[in-house]
Design a protein around this ligand. Structure first.
Ligand SMILES: [Zn+2]
Length: 266
């Protein structure tokens, strides 16, 4: 009898758990459907890649989006995001200078406005791309906000470095239609990456990051690093020397992203 009661109680509990789970599932499904059925604004929102007046086409007919480059040349492009900042930009520049290696820096306009002097000595060796004015998440911006974030940084690069940038890297790798439209207006190619410094994965085994980058990089890779940010970025920056030497020993040559895209390093 006792057993029967407890079995019945267990069954009741099982039924109520199942019902609860079913209810939860139903709730999720309903909310997903509500979200899916709510249309994004056709024009004006972050997803819109067409101008809201429905009449104006962007100045450029297309925008390239690049993760890496198909090439048989053993070329790799190192890229450094978010600077310039006094913290580690000079250390990175010094290492690159010592090896005679060029890189591409995706600059945050506001940081450039404050610290352009950090780049003066080495500007000729390197390429500079646009990483927005203050690291905005462009996937959340409508066209007006996206083009404002990009234009302010674009003008800072022209004004402070005397170069017209042609490459844009979106913060976080986040993209929306409004960003593509802004890039078509400004003549930018969008540059993502095919390999990145996995600092947080190698905090306890820093030399493992050297092995990972040197061992797994291939021709045409675009490598993402940062010359500012949290302290674990040093897991990579402290070992930049070994990475450069290791990749050169494997026969790789370092080029800027534009050289990689144009196949023009010889
Ligand atoms: Zn960034």
């Amino acid at each position: 009898m006792g057993l029967q009661i407890s079995r019945r109680a267990a069954m009741r509990r099982a039924i109520s758990v199942a019902a609860g789970a079913a209810a939860a599932t139903t709730t999720i499904k309903v909310s997903e459907q509500v979200g899916a059925r709510r249309p994004l604004p056709f024009y004006k929102g972050p997803a819109a890649s067409i101008h809201a007046d429905r009449r104006t086409a962007p100045r450029n007919s297309h925008v390239d989006v690049v993760w890496s480059v198909n090439t048989i040349k053993r070329e790799i492009a190192l890229t450094f995001d978010d600077g310039p900042k006094p913290q580690w930009t000079p250390k990175v520049l010094e290492t690159l200078r010592r090896h005679g290696v060029p890189a591409t820096f995706f600059l945050v306009g506001r940081n450039l406005a404050e610290h352009a002097d950090l780049l003066a000595q080495d500007a000729d060796r390197h390429e500079f791309g646009n990483h927005t004015w203050q690291h905005e998440d462009l996937a959340r911006q409508d066209f007006d906000a996206a083009i404002e974030a990009l234009t302010r940084a674009h003008e800072a690069i022209i004004h402070l470095l005397g170069r017209v940038p042609t490459l844009m890297r979106p913060p976080y790798g986040h993209l929306g239609g409004s960003t593509m439209l802004a890039c078509a207006e400004l003549g930018y190619s969008v540059v993502l990456w095919s390999k990145q410094m996995l600092e947080s994965d190698f905090r306890d085994n820093p030399s493992g990051l050297v092995d990972y980058i040197v061992g797994s990089s291939g021709a045409g890779d675009i490598v993402l690093a940062h010359d500012t940010g949290p302290k674990d970025r040093l897991v990579a920056l402290d070992r930049l020397d070994s990475m450069i030497v290791g990749l050169q020993e494997r026969g790789f040559e370092f080029v800027t992203v534009s050289q990689l895209l144009n196949g023009s390093s010889g």
